[in-house]
Design a protein around this ligand. Structure first.
Ligand SMILES: Nc1ncnc2c1ncn2[C@@H]1O[C@H](COP(=O)(O)OP(=O)(O)OP(=O)(O)O)[C@@H](O)[C@H]1O
Length: 305
């Protein structure tokens, strides 16, 4: 079984009238990209801050790299890189110069800096000063700065927030690269499930300080998969037609409904074949439960995002 990087059990945190976290338990294993999803105020930042020791919890246990207790956690936290309290960027310095300043005491070689610039898609920023960077470039540089210390576990609060669609795709690719090239385990957050839909391996849905649902990437894609919904009073006859069309990936859901998971774009042709075979089709069409709808369904439609 793979190594546990973070294990929190029943942690709670209250601010005066607000329960920011209520008995949250999460386990993150090496190599996971864990996406914490929740609308504004759900408790994502509070959760991350407690892991980093920036906020004291009222109750519960935190175990990091198999260490517990304040001394143990303090030691373990040296292996964490995080974007919540990042060092300030020097606006008049280039990406390389910013990294050099950050690396000054760490004995980090030019080659390592080159490698970090490449890893974060900042290799061709040359003489451009940080103050002239786009938001995406600044966010990538901030992550590069946290990587100077070679963390094993990276905590990123809303890394895709405010980025345009291509910036989001780029950030996702970079996060995946951190895992494949450097073996870093990642905890990241977003208020939009969609933004992390293709990057995280596991998801935790936070709502009003409670972890209301956890699921894997595979479970999420199954839940939100696109398919053709066929309603008919003649299931047996319909199945014969699907078999003739060599459609294999379908499911008879009940006495009147079949979900078809392949040939999604062939609805019209499938309908024609059914009608030609004299199957009584009540309704046929594609459905896609969109990610955000799925999220709203989980959180009871109460979103402020
Ligand atoms: N220092 C604080 N004092 C009082 N209440 C706080 C404090 N920090 C957070 N809260 C409250 O705790 C709840 C959780 O906040 P938190 O920032 O963790 O949520 P979040 O999911 O990260 O949201 P956002 O995306 O808006 O940052 C919110 O109701 C917030 O108002």
């Amino acid at each position: 079984m793979s190594e546990t990087i973070l294990k929190v059990r029943n942690i709670s945190k209250r601010y005066r009238n607000t329960k920011a976290l209520e008995k949250v338990s999460i386990e993150i294993k090496r190599g996971m990209i864990y996406g914490l999803i929740g609308e504004n105020g759900a408790g994502k930042s509070t959760f991350m801050r407690t892991i980093m020791g920036l906020i004291k919890i009222d109750e519960g246990d935190i175990e990091l790299f198999e260490q517990t207790g304040s001394k143990g956690l303090q030691h373990a936290r040296r292996k964490i890189g995080q974007s919540i309290e990042t060092p300030a960027l020097y606006p008049d310095l280039t990406a390389r110069e910013n990294l050099k300043v950050q690396a000054a005491n760490g004995g980090v070689s030019e080659r390592e800096i080159d490698d970090l610039l490449r890893l974060m898609n900042l290799g061709n920023t040359g003489k451009k000063k940080a103050k002239n960077f786009s938001l995406g470039m600044r966010q990538r540089l901030a992550i590069a700065l946290t990587l100077i210390t070679n963390p094993e576990f990276l905590i990123l609060d809303e890394p895709t927030n405010g980025l345009d669609p291509s910036g989001i795709v780029e950030m996702r690719e970079i996060i995946q690269r951190l895992v494949t090239e450097r073996g870093i385990t990642v905890l990241l957050s977003s208020h939009l499930l969609d933004e992390l839909s293709q990057v995280a391996t596991h998801y935790g849905i936070l709502h009003d300080g409670k972890l209301i649902h956890e699921l894997s990437k595979e479970e999420l894609s199954r839940e939100t998969r696109q398919y053709i919904e066929l309603e008919t009073t003649e299931i047996q006859k319909a199945v014969v037609v699907l078999d003739e069309l060599e459609i294999k990936d379908y499911e008879v859901v009940n006495g009147t409904r079949i979900n078809i998971y392949e040939h999604i774009d062939d609805v019209a042709a499938i309908n024609r074949s059914l009608v030609l075979a004299d199957v009584n089709v009540l309704r046929i069409g594609t459905t896609r439960q969109k990610l955000e709808e799925y999220f709203l369904q989980l959180t009871g439609g109460n979103t402020h995002a």
